[in-house]
Design a protein around this ligand. Structure first.
Ligand code: FES
Length: 73
């Protein structure tokens, strides 16, 4: 599903980039342009980002730069 229509960015692409190390909306915007035009996608993109990070934690595949931000168990 497209999350950002303006930049043709899908949820799959966001999940892939999170797996490669992106961990914030600012990074998604810089890397993919998400939210850089009309901005209507920002809330959904944030949800996909959060879910992707949670999935990585659940599977113990946490990108190194996110380790210090890991929520307490
Ligand atoms: S839908 Fe993402 S900037 Fe317009």
């Amino acid at each position: 599903m497209y999350v950002c229509v303006c930049k043709a960015v899908s949820d799959k692409t966001i999940r892939q980039k999170v797996g490669e190390g992106l961990g914030s909306m600012r990074e998604l915007k810089q890397c993919l342009g998400v939210g850089s035009q009309c901005g209507k996608c920002i809330q959904t993109a944030q949800q996909v980002l959060n879910q992707s990070i949670q999935d990585l934690y659940a599977n113990n595949r946490i990108p190194c730069h996110l380790v210090e931000d890991r929520p307490a168990a």
